[in-house]
Design a protein around this ligand. Sequence first.
Ligand SMILES: C[S@@+](CC[C@H](N)C(=O)[O-])C[C@H]1O[C@@H](n2cnc3c(N)ncnc32)[C@H](O)[C@@H]1O
Length: 252
Amino acid sequence: MTSGQPVSPGHLYGVGVGPGDPELMTLKAQRVITTCAVVAHFAARNRPGNAWTIVEDLVAPHQEVLRLEYPVTTEAVTKDSYESSIAAFYDESAARVAAQLDAGRDVAVICEGDPFLYGSYMYVHQRLASTHPTTVVPGVPAFAAATAATGRPLVSMDEHLTIVPAVRTASEMKETLASSPASVVMKVGRRLPEVVDAAEAVGIADRAVYVERASTGAEKVMPLLEARDQNAPYFSLVLFPGEAIDQRWSGR
Ligand SMILES: C[S@@+](CC[C@H](N)C(=O)[O-])C[C@H]1O[C@@H](n2cnc3c(N)ncnc32)[C@H](O)[C@@H]1O
């Protein structure tokens, strides 16, 4: 390249890689991941990173891997100090991605499930999409894989679906579950007992299903009422399927 010529910027891709089973990745995700010069992924300290585990066999030695490691996970910190350190971390992660883009390299920021459904990619997107050419590749969300594993539909006919993170207070959780014909509770982990309590309090625990690590070799699916004592991992959710289909078609 002639020195002094401007480099055309690389393209930023936010790539959903699905819930765990590599076969649940889209063809587009695979193409983007295998053709970008750089593959970036988030990971907790001392962990390989869930999204990375899904794609690692696709990434060739000539591709650069940018590991974006969260600074804080389980340490006891105040909400304010956590929020300022995580914001600084996303600023720094976006700057590292931008440096690659500005050097003319395409970057795939991979994300477990779908990037715009509680996916960490969105914090990079928020910082770079207005200044860099960007494409988001949707992915199969975990709740879809979990629903498939239960073998029963999640919503039908005129029902609506509520997606709620388990970090809500007990009263918010009860109110949310009671007001929706079908719900998905995400980010369950250590909050599982509170989810069971809320479901029992509003009388819907018996139709709820607990699913952990959907679509992976370690998948577990069980009625919520049998799951109360599970040591639920972060990659777990609870489904409250709607009942319209049963009410409408029962007896046929
Ligand atoms: C930060 S959110 C990411 C969601 C993801 N972007 C998606 O589209 O599903 C992480 C939460 O998703 C859920 N989750 C992700 N993968 C899962 C899986 N394979 N099985 C069950 N739950 C999963 C869990 O509730 C977990 O706490």
